[in-house]
Design a protein around this ligand. Structure first.
Ligand code: SRM
Ligand code: SF4
Length: 582
């Protein structure tokens, strides 16, 4: 098969060198008959628990990843057995909103048909099932469809689940922002009916075009948020496209648009780096879909289709220039960006506990460590959530910090919901600010790309950090601490005050210098070190931080990330392309 793309529209607008070799993913997307591939016959092949050839990649566009448990992989290999293939499913939930009846359905499926029995809340406001065996996959999609959930385009080279600030307090503004998150998600979805045909026994039809995404879809994954300042819990700088809500008198008037954030890198490759999004300017709300469509279409045509490590929007902006990209979006959409309107981010943490909305309703944010909802011997989190779902009259909101909000509780239900939450360990007053501001990606045992532990190590790392804070008399303070199992950075360590990035078993690179608001990328401080080395370094750094800030006039609350920059412990990353590896 030729490795060239036969797509006239693409050729017309593309900046791709016609003679350059395309990445193999381009071939497989182009040959997939709009994401159908041979998934259907493959599903019936019981000889293997996995998916073969291109289908291994294509199922991602349908929201699934083929995985196997890495804890048992060596033992199975010794016994000459195929890895125990299963899939992880990631649902599409714009803004993270899920209704109690939907919760009950996913809770039951996790118990009955997944090998880990958990519901895993992700850093992008949705949930994942881990460990679904091939015979249960189709039933899973039908169960989800039955309650109005799908998993279309939550993975693959498409626009992923659209985030929306999970702010239940400003209820009217949130409702408007959430409606936009849903509309953007729908507008940018693949138009192929492959998902319905394969998983829902939908009528077979012919797809002839993907008007927005193109027949070879995007060069790489694409991520979008709708954000309501001053909360930045969605971490806009991890995202390709951000609509930052600008309100007047509590009503949405439009958005500042920021383009080109992204956090992944590859160890040892200085051409890869985490990068903040650039400000394109303000647009009135009615232009939102046109701008979304054309930021996507420019990235579709200009993004690098030869080198997937240079393919995300953040690199397209650095390859062709921010001004040129923005001008092309204006040309295609017919919308001129106005000067940005002022806004400020002040924090990223979820407000754990009860808050009152301006609509008179009450909202309870539950802290869920690493988003893993499971019944543990000492705290039955999953049962607790189920019992709440059985009586709750509002909705649930999954946050980008992997927590869960019980939103829209009427006054007369507050006591019973709190009672259930406490009985099942969903409210635990002993959690420190440090624990609540620490995060990890999934990593072992399910992630095939993991190099070091993350989720399973987080509780220990938090305890160690808590001890150091206590030793230096600042037990009530905290550091935004994030650990990820590899440099893809799914737990957003590249926007943390301290970010640990897995390098090998028990070994991490340590990055310092992000800030509380999530607007600064941290910089490498220690490379490939084990726990004894970085804990000794943290001890010294936290000790100096605690002492030094007392000497600062009016600044005894200088946060750790600002401290390491001010004192020159690490240099500030201002422009990632030049500063990050310098
Ligand atoms: Fe991620 C790949 C888990 C958010 C950057 N991510 C993966 C895979 C699917 C591994 C794979 O490709 O086989 C991981 C599955 C682990 C598992 O067993 O569940 C995985 N990513 C996750 C989640 C579940 C982490 C979590 O602990 O919550 C998050 C799911 C989000 C969702 O619901 O859609 C998750 N991933 C992120 C984020 C953070 C964000 O978006 O806010 C990032 C960094 C931001 C960014 O994109 O720059 C992120 N994940 C990646 C990358 C690197 C992409 C790149 O630009 O090179 C990969 C690998 C890839 O795409 O090649 C990856
Ligand atoms: Fe896996 Fe790496 Fe993402 Fe962690 S950061 S979930 S180890 S891909």
């Amino acid at each position: 098969m030729s490795n060239k793309i036969d797509n006239t529209e693409f050729k017309k607008n593309s900046k791709h060198d016609p003679d350059a070799k395309f990445a193999d993913n381009e071939r497989l997307k182009g040959q997939s008959n709009f994401l159908r591939g041979t998934i259907e016959p493959d599903l019936g092949d019981q000889l293997t628990g996995g998916f073969t050839a291109d289908n291994f990649q294509l199922i991602r566009f349908h929201g699934m990843y083929q995985q196997d448990d890495r804890d048992i992989r060596p033992e199975r290999a010794k016994q000459k057995l195929e890895p125990l293939h299963n899939v992880m499913l990631r649902a599409r939930m714009p803004g993270g909103i899920i209704k109690p009846e939907q919760w009950l359905a996913i809770d039951k499926f996790a118990d009955d048909k997944t090998s880990y029995g958990s519901i895993r809340l992700t850093t992008r406001q949705t949930f994942q099932f881990h460990g679904v065996l091939k015979p249960h996959i189709k039933g899973m999609h039908q169960m989800l469809d039955g309650v109005g959930i799908d998993s279309i385009a939550t993975a693959g080279d498409v626009n992923r689940n659209v985030l929306c600030t999970a702010n239940p307090v400003q209820s009217e503004l949130h409702q408007e922002a959430y409606e936009w998150a849903k509309k953007i998600s729908e507008h940018l979805l693949p138009k192929t009916k492959a998902y319905a045909e394969i998983w829902l026994d939908g009528e077979k039809s012919e797809t002839t075009e993907e008007p927005i995404l193109g027949s070879t879809y995007l060069p790489r994954k694409f991520k979008t948020t709708v954000t309501i300042p001053p909360d930045n819990e969605v971490d806009i700088h991890a995202n390709d496209l951000n609509f930052v809500a600008i309100a007047q008198d509590g009503k949405l008037v439009g958005f500042n648009v920021l383009v080109g954030g992204g956090l992944a890198m590859t160890h040892g490759d200085v051409n890869t780096y985490p990068r903040r999004a650039d400000d394109f300017g303000f647009i009135p709300a009615e232009h939102t879909l046109a701008i979304a469509e054309h930021v996507v279409s420019v990235q579709r045509d200009w993004g690098n289709r030869s080198n997937r490590k240079n393919a995300k929007t953040k690199y397209t902006l650095d390859n062709y220039g921010v001004a040129a990209f923005k001008a092309e979006v204006e040309k295609r959409s017919g919308v001129k960006f106005e000067d940005s309107r002022p806004f400020e981010f002040t924090h990223r943490g979820d407000r754990i506990g009860w808050v009152d909305g301006i609509d008179g309703k009450h909202h309870l944010t539950l802290f869920i460590q690493s988003g893993r909802i499971l019944d543990y011997p000492e705290k039955t989190l999953k049962t607790g959530c189920r019992k709440i779902a059985e009586i709750h009259q509002g909705d649930f909101r999954m946050t980008a910090n992997q927590n869960l909000i019980i939103a829209g509780v009427p006054a007369d239900q507050k006591d019973i919901i709190e009672k259930i939450a406490r009985e099942h360990g969903l409210i635990d007053d002993s959690h420190t600010e440090q624990r609540k501001n620490s995060m990890a990606c999934v990593s072992f045992p399910t992630c095939p790309l993991a190099m070091a532990e993350a989720e399973r190590y987080l509780p220990t790392l938090v305890e160690q950090t808590e001890s150091l804070l206590a030793k230096h008399d600042i037990a009530n303070d905290n550091i935004i601490l994030r650990v990820v199992g590899c440099p893809n950075g799914c737990g957003r360590a590249m926007l943390a005050e301290i970010g640990l990035v897995g390098k090998g078993p028990g070994k991490y690179n340590v990055y310092l210098g992000g800030n509380r608001q999530g607007t600064r990328v941290p910089k490498l401080y220690l490379e490939n070190v084990s726990e004894d080395v970085y804990l000794a370094a943290f001890d010294e750094l936290i000790g100096t931080w605690a002492k030094e800030r007392l000497t600062l006039e009016n600044n005894e609350h200088e946060c750790f990330g600002d401290f390491v920059i001010r004192t020159g412990i690490v240099a500030e990353v201002k422009v990632s392309k030049t500063d990050f590896h310098a």
